[in-house]
Design a protein around this ligand. Structure first.
Ligand code: SF4
Length: 67
């Protein structure tokens, strides 16, 4: 599964970073960036939860074959 953050949408709440700091990092510019291009399987659930809880729906997932 791949994950990306749309920096136009991200409002920098940092919720994703709180949920999965292995994958998301809050940039000095105030938006989140993704640290990995491919999400390790053991982190997919956390990344999905972060995407669900992002208030601006800035996190998009792709190549998710497990649903
Ligand atoms: S939860 Fe959403 S809005 Fe907040 S930092 Fe992460 S991507 Fe940005």
């Amino acid at each position: 599964m791949k994950v990306r953050v749309d920096t136009d949408l991200c409002a920098g709440f940092g919720i994703c970073v709180g949920i999965c700091p292995e994958v998301f990092e809050l940039h000095d510019d105030g938006y989140a960036t993704v640290l990995v291009s491919e999400v390790p399987p053991e982190l997919e659930e956390l990344v999905r939860r972060a995407a669900d809880q992002c208030p601006t729906q800035a996190i998009s997932l792709s190549g998710d074959s497990s649903d």
